[in-house]
Design a protein around this ligand. Structure first.
Ligand SMILES: Cc1ncc(COP(=O)(O)O)c(C=O)c1O
Length: 337
């Protein structure tokens, strides 16, 4: 089965597993796992941030950022397709007692004007706007990437209003691959960044919060409080490090394959797609007449799985464990539908 449901479906390679078993480990709750410490330092330096904190998931990483940046009663501005708003089980309300202000952007991206119009005044009865949060690339928005200029405008807006700027970079690797933007740039515009190693890069587990030393100190305690303190977790940091070194460079191919699929989709009159929307590894397209689930059932019978993304919408996501031979099969299935 060729699995295009998500870029999280990858399995650790034998080389990654070997690298993991060779990692030097210690107790990370005592901050004495050398592999974790070195990897946190490496990622913080890569993104030009003061410090990093290795955590089990992108959700925990995003939510630690929310928690250290806010007070109860605060509000976070985010695109209405944002992961923090849609897919984190209401955690910002539950864990940090803050509310989210979803605003309508474009394919998961918001611009300065849209964000500015959502900033509140500071009356006693207002939720206090505290954070502008963006996602890069956008998940529900179909892998769209921010330009440097768009991020600078949002970051400046946050500065002008005394707000924090959070970047959910679960797929920052795809954003860097698609735009050529250096990692340090993201550190220069954001107060907190969440990066993932288990989406597209192929690590079995692992995300990292990047921020100032002070924010990481607070997050470290919360991570323990939330049950995310891990012991000999250098094994997993090693997998993440291996993924960054060895799988990140493969993403260019994923993006090329996504474009090839989009072209095949555009040539079949039973489907509809705007080719300009395919910027990275995600392809979102519509069916003209049939229900997405019916189309997907037939795709699955022919050995290809994707996911429904609406009644007449389908999403396919590429990762390094889909090769050219797999792509050929996917293209045949789509062309001959
Ligand atoms: C943009 C984005 N942020 C955060 C997450 C959460 O990551 P996790 O599933 O590791 O909690 C995801 C997961 O797909 C995501 O796509």
């Amino acid at each position: 089965m060729i699995d295009l449901r998500s870029d999280t479906v990858t399995k650790p390679t034998p080389e990654m597993l070997k690298f993991m078993t060779e990692a030097e480990v210690g107790d990370d709750v005592f901050a004495s796992d050398p592999t974790v410490n070195a990897f946190e330092k490496k990622m913080a330096e890569m993104f030009g941030m003061e410090a990093g904190l290795f955590v089990p998931s992108g959700t925990m990483s995003n939510q630690l950022c929310v928690a250290v940046l806010t007070q109860p009663g605060d509000e976070i501005i985010i695109d209405d397709l944002g992961h923090i708003f849609n897919y984190e089980s209401g955690a910002a309300a539950h864990l940090s007692s803050v509310q989210i202000r979803p605003i309508k952007g474009e394919r998961g991206k918001i611009n300065r004007e849209q964000a500015e119009s959502a900033i509140r005044t500071y009356n006693d009865w207002d939720p206090h706007t505290r954070v502008i949060a963006v996602e890069n690339t956008t998940n529900k928005g179909g892998g769209a990437c921010y330009t440097k200029e768009e991020l600078i405008e949002l970051s400046n807006l946050a500065d002008e209003h005394g707000l924090y700027f959070h970047l959910d970079g679960a797929r920052i690797w795809n954003a860097m691959t698609a735009t050529g933007i250096d990692p340090e740039f993201f550190g220069s515009v954001a107060d907190t960044i969440s990066i993932c190693f288990s989406k597209g890069l192929g690590a079995p587990v692992g995300s990292m919060m990047l921020a100032s030393k002070d924010h990481i100190k607070k997050a470290r305690r919360l991570r323990k409080m939330w049950g995310g303190g891990m012991r000999q977790v250098g094994l997993l940091a090693a997998a993440a490090d291996y993924a960054v070194e060895n799988h990140f460079p493969l993403m260019t191919k994923d993006h090329q394959r996504a474009k090839q699929l989009a072209e095949a989709v555009s040539e079949n009159p039973k489907f509809r797609i705007d080719l300009n929307t395919v910027e990275s590894n995600i392809v979102i397209f519509d069916t003209v007449d049939e229900a997405a689930v019916d189309v997907l059932k037939e795709f699955e019978e022919k050995g290809v799985v994707m996911i429904p993304f609406g009644p007449k919408t389908i999403r396919a996501t590429f990762h390094f464990q889909v090769d050219d031979q797999d792509l050929k099969k996917v293209l045949d299935v789509v062309r001959n539908y």
